[in-house]
Design a protein around this ligand. Structure first.
Ligand SMILES: NC(=O)c1ccc[n+]([C@@H]2O[C@H](COP(=O)([O-])OP(=O)(O)OC[C@H]3O[C@@H](n4cnc5c(N)ncnc54)[C@H](OP(=O)(O)O)[C@@H]3O)[C@@H](O)[C@H]2O)c1
Length: 274
C-alpha cells in the first residue's frame, strides 16, 4: 500500500470516541505521525489528556487546527457539524480535503457552508475500528475527486474494511453497520445469558457466544456463501438446531432485526436536523 498520507497534515475536529479510534489507529499504523497531526475537542482538560496520551497537538480551537492542514476530519456530533463548519469556513480552501464521519449530515450541507469547490468525502465507520476490524462506507461529495475518495479509503483500510457507496445509501449504512455492533452485542449478551440458563459458567458462555459469532461472520466473508446455505449446513434433519430455529421464528428474530435497521435508518435521516 502506498502511503500517500505521508507528509500530509491532518486535523481531527471533534476527537471523541470515533475520532479518537481513527486517530489512534492511524498513528499506530505509522500512516500518520504525531508531528503531522492535531486534534480538537470541546473541553480543555480532554485536550490535555489527548495530547499526553497520543503525543499529538491537541486543543479547543478548530480554526487553529485547520490552518495548514491537508485533510480535516470532522468527528463532532451531527448536530454540531454546521456550527463547526461555520467556524472554520473562512479558513478552508479547495486545496484541503474535508472527511466527515458524522452520521446523517449530507456532503451538500457541509459544502454549502464552505467556500466554492472545497472537496468533501463522507465516511461511516463503526466502533470495531478500534481493533482493526471495522467496517467503513465511503461516499464522495460534489467536488471530491476519485483520488481523494481512494485516499480516504486507504485511511480507513487501516482500521478494517472499506466500501464505496452512493451517498443515497449512507443512512442505510448508518442503520446497518455503524449502529450494528450494538445489535450484535445484545445478541451476544443474550446468547451468553442463555448459556448460563443451561448451566454454563458465564465466562465460558460469553467466550462460546463471541467466538461463534466471529466464526460465523468469518465464514460468510471468506466463502461468500449465502448465509441461508450456511445455516442449512448446521441444521441436521430432526436435530437440535431446527428446534432452536423454530423458537427464533416464533420470536420473530428476523423481522425484529429488519425493523431495527429500518428504524435506525429513518432516524439517521433526521439526526442532523436536530
Ligand atoms: N460512536 C459510533 O459508533 C459512531 C459510528 C459512526 C459515526 N459516528 C459519528 O462520529 C461522530 C462522533 O461520535 P462519537 O460517538 O465519537 O461522539 P463523542 O464521543 O461525543 O465525540 C464528540 C467529540 O466532539 C467534541 N466536540 C464537541 N463540540 C466540539 C466543537 N465545537 N469543536 C471541537 N470538538 C467538539 C467533544 O469534545 P469533549 O470530549 O471535550 O466533549 C467530543 O470529543 C458523530 O457525528 C457520529 O455520528 C459515531
Amino acid at each position: 500500500m502506498g502511503n500517500d498520507l505521508a507528509g500530509k497534515k491532518v486535523a481531527f475536529l471533534g476527537t471523541g470516541k470515533m475520532g479518537g479510534i481513527i486517530l489512534q489507529a492511524l498513528l499506530k499504523s505509522g500512516l500518520l505521525s504525531p508531528a503531522s497531526t492535531c486534534a480538537t475537542v470541546a473541553h480543555e482538560e480532554r485536550a490535555n489528556t489527548l495530547a499526553t496520551k497520543l503525543g499529538v497537538k491537541a486543543g479547543t480551537s478548530n480554526v487553529e487546527a485547520v490552518k495548514g492542514a491537508d485533510i480535516i476530519v470532522i468527528g463532532v456530533k451531527p448536530q454540531v457539524v454546521e456550527e463547526v463548519i461555520e467556524e472554520i469556513s473562512s479558513h478552508v480552501t479547495p486545496q484541503q480535503l474535508i472527511v466527515s464521519v458524522a452520521a446523517s449530515v449530507p456532503t451538500s450541507m457541509i459544502e454549502k457552508g464552505l467556500a466554492p469547490n472545497v472537496p468533501v468525502v463522507r465516511a461511516m465507520p463503526n466502533t470495531p475500528c478500534l481493533l482493526g476490524v471495522g467496517m467503513t462506507a465511503i461516499c464522495k461529495g460534489a467536488h471530491a475527486s476519485a483520488e481523494q475518495v481512494a485516499m480516504t479509503c486507504r485511511m480507513f483500510d487501516v482500521v478494517g474494511r472499506t466500501v464505496v457507496v452512493d451517498e443515497k445509501h449512507m443512512d442505510a449504512v448508518t442503520g446497518l453497520s455503524a449502529s450494528g455492533p450494538a445489535y450484535i452485542y445484545i445478541i451476544l449478551e443474550s446468547l451468553a445469558e442463555a448459556g448460563v440458563k443451561v448451566g454454563l459458567p458465564r465466562d465460558i458462555a460469553t467466550l462460546l457466544a463471541a467466538q461463534t459469532t466471529l466464526g460465523a461472520a468469518k465464514v460468510v466473508l471468506e466463502t461468500g456463501d449465502h448465509p441461508a446455505l450456511l445455516k442449512d449446513a448446521v441444521t441436521t434433519p430432526a436435530g437440535c438446531t431446527i428446534d432452536a430455529i423454530m423458537e427464533l421464528e416464533e420470536g420473530k428474530l428476523r423481522v425484529t432485526l429488519i425493523k431495527a435497521v429500518v428504524k435506525a435508518t429513518q432516524r439517521a435521516k433526521e439526526l442532523a436536523y436536530g
